[in-house]
Design a protein around this ligand. Structure first.
Ligand code: COA
Length: 415
């Protein structure tokens, strides 16, 4: 069976995390992704956080599956010519260099259009146009500037960044959507265009509900589903909400049996309104189902702290999995706090290809996260990441270079 993006050629100029997550997704959907790296060095993540000496790190391998790697020195005049040939052959150039780096290499939008008017140029940058547009940005900078950090954590503590890489991988996802959309529009117009996903914008998009809450707070001065109500004070800006659900159905993280020694013996518990009576039954507080102080969502809001304390008395008598099993019987929404160890060992995730074991020639077997997006007619087969420059000769030959020319370019340090 063919793949959704068969025939699409991506010139992958990405490095670190944000860009590589984007091009990895496109590769999983069938695009031919040609990753351009500097000879001798390559993507800096190849050597970052290494767990095995001289072997591509998990950081690199887990973000660069299904790609080909070519080495080109794009500052060398002959290397530039090779890059020009690639620009003419490819459909999309994806990059996440610091602002201005592509222009400094000589590949401005105007020059790229001259070489290939159908080329789509897709970029991740830290910020869009404005005061910070020239800044270099990493994950946590974006989380801070996009509104995630100020709204994450507990009210009595400092801002907190999340483990989910919403700045890097989140923006990579946004960019991938921009690219396939531009490819679709190109089928009508025949022209390429520029696609920009700024990390601040990507994070803010994922924090959309917090801008909703900012406006609610300004209008009413209070947000009744937040833990600050009625026990604390609201200021001018959306506060950190601890583990509150952020939606219309209040939730919190509660201790389960074993919490004293297991840092993940917790469950997320949602007091969903339609199953309130069942919740009351399960935790042994049947009277709450009809008590006017507890029977309606509005009546419960000022009492959430006490309600969750009571529910926790029950969850502490069960392991998180026992609690999950019981609550699911009654359709009560809840979720165990799973450790990475538990997730890595979860058979159902292996079965769906969400967790995949990959074999690598120098690293051996390792686990990775497969494609989280499943297409019924374009299944993903996760292939190992390329070694540095593994496909240089192959790609050069496809561009029409002879073995002698390739060897001369190598001697000249262009590839
Ligand atoms: N041949 C020759 N030179 C190359 C090359 C190649 N194949 N590939 C890259 N380079 C050069 C670039 O041209 C640039 O040179 P210049 O600064 O002289 O113009 C240089 O390598 C370094 O690029 P840069 O992007 O500045 O790398 P950095 O390590 O200093 O910064 C980031 C890293 C991530 C901070 C920065 O790239 C950035 O802000 N990117 C945009 C936001 C982003 O994606 N951040 C998240 C990353 S997960």
């Amino acid at each position: 069976m063919g793949k959704a993006l068969d025939g699409v050629r991506i010139l992958d100029f990405t490095h670190v995390q944000s860009g590589p997550t984007c091009t990895q997704l496109l590769a999983w959907f069938g695009a031919d992704v040609i990753k351009v790296e500097r000879a001798g060095a390559g993507d800096i993540t190849r050597e970052q956080l290494r767990d095995i000496p001289d072997v591509d790190s998990l950081y690199f391998t887990m973000l660069n599956h299904n790609k080909r790697s070519v080495t080109i020195d794009t500052k060398n005049p002959e290397g530039k010519q090779v890059l020009e040939a690639l620009i003419q052959k490819c459909d999309v150039l994806v990059e996440n260099f610091a602002p201005g780096a592509l222009d400094r290499m000589g590949f401005t939008w105007a020059r790229i259009q001259e070489l290939n008017p159908r080329m789509i140029v897709a970029s991740v940058k830290g910020f869009g146009p404005g005061p910070y547009e020239d800044c270099k940005v990493y994950e946590n900078v974006a989380q801070c500037a996009g509104g995630a950090a100020s709204t994450t954590g507990f009210d009595d503590g400092p801002p907190v960044v999340t483990g989910a890489q919403i700045g890097d991988s989140g923006t990579g996802l946004h960019l991938a959507l921009g690219i396939v959309t531009a490819l679709y529009q190109r089928t009508q117009t025949g022209r390429g265009q520029r696609v920009l996903a700024a990390m601040q914008d990507g994070v803010l998009n994922l924090c959309r509900v917090k801008l909703r809450d900012q406006q609610r707070l300004e209008r009413t001065g209070v947000m009744k589903e937040y833990p600050q109500y009625p026990n604390g004070k609201f200021g001018e800006a959306v506060p950190r909400a601890g583990n509150a659900s952020g939606g219309g159905q209040p939730g919190w993280i509660l201790k389960c049996k074993g919490w004293e020694t297991d840092p993940n013996a917790y469950i997320y518990f949602i007091t969903q309104a339609p199953v309130w009576a069942k919740i009351c039954n399960v935790i042994g507080k049947e009277e709450w189902a009809t008590d006017p102080d507890y029977a309606t969502p509005a009546a419960r809001l000022p009492r959430l702290k006490d309600i969750f304390a009571e529910v926790e008395r029950w969850t502490m008598t069960k392991t998180k999995f026992e609690a999950m099993q019981i609550l699911n019987k009654y359709d009560i929404p809840c979720g165990p706090i799973l450790s990475m160890k538990e997730i890595a060992e979860e058979p159902s995730l292996r079965k769906t290809g969400t967790i995949v074991e990959v074999d690598h020639p120098t690293r051996g077997k390792y686990l990775t996260v497969g494609n989280p997006i499943k297409l019924s007619d374009s299944p993903t087969e996760v292939k190992r990441s390329p070694l540095l420059g593994e496909h240089t000769d192959e790609v050069m030959a496809e561009l029409g270079y002879s073995p002698e020319q390739i060897s001369a370019l190598r001697t000249a340090g262009a590839i």
